[in-house]
Write a protein that binds this ligand. Structure first.
Ligand code: SF4
Length: 191
């Protein structure tokens, strides 16, 4: 699937000029949007883009969103204190709900001091196979969790809004995931 990285695109319009065929690309709200992938000139537009903003996304990602009520992102404490994690799979521009995982560790975590390594371990233990951890608030343990997951902070309340934000920013998420050196990873704020 081809996507325009909205954080890299500067809206210069070169891709539209290179690929006018069938209105395959257009500029909307200052960034390019791909309307038709299966036209020959899209590859030329990818090569012509000075920002390398048109990307082929093949990745599948497993995403966990911390919640207490299945509707909203955990808001009154760190994501590790969530009662549940809703698990989604990202593929080909779509996020599909897969399962809800209970976080049996959260009660015992309350006993621990924020930033305790055991607390990071407790959170990670219920997130087997997850690539991206989404929360509204992340504590000092982000320094540990970021080595294992893309730690994405989203300030919206509703999980449905978070899903839209993740899809819009999927290039940034994949970029963070692909960083080799844990020191380069810092967690990302998605808007
Ligand atoms: S050429 Fe690249 S930077 Fe310019 S509008 Fe198209 S995608 Fe965006």
């Amino acid at each position: 699937m081809l996507l325009v990285d909205q954080n890299s695109c500067v809206g210069c319009g070169i891709c539209v000029k290179v690929c006018p065929e069938g209105m395959a690309v257009e500029i909307k709200k200052g960034v390019a949007e791909i309307l038709a992938e299966k036209v020959d000139c899209i590859k030329k537009a990818m090569l012509a883009c000075p920002q390398k903003a048109i990307r082929e996304i093949k990745d599948k990602l497993i995403i966990a969103i911390g919640t207490d009520d299945h509707q909203t992102i955990k808001a009154n404490d760190h994501v590790g204190q969530s009662v549940f994690f809703q698990i989604f799979e990202y593929s080909e521009g779509i996020l599909t709900f897969k399962e809800t995982r209970e976080n049996p560790k959260y009660k015992e975590d309350e006993e621990r001091i924020h930033g305790n390594p055991g607390k990071a371990k407790a959170t990670a233990s219920v997130l087997n196979g997850v690539d991206v951890l989404v929360g509204k608030i992340m504590g000092p343990n982000i320094a540990r969790l970021k080595n294992q997951f893309v730690c994405a902070i989203i300030r919206k309340s509703k999980i449905t809004d978070a899903i839209d934000i993740i899809k819009e920013n999927i290039c940034a998420v994949i970029h963070e995931k692909n960083k080799k050196d844990g020191k380069e990873k810092s967690g990302i704020i998605l808007k």
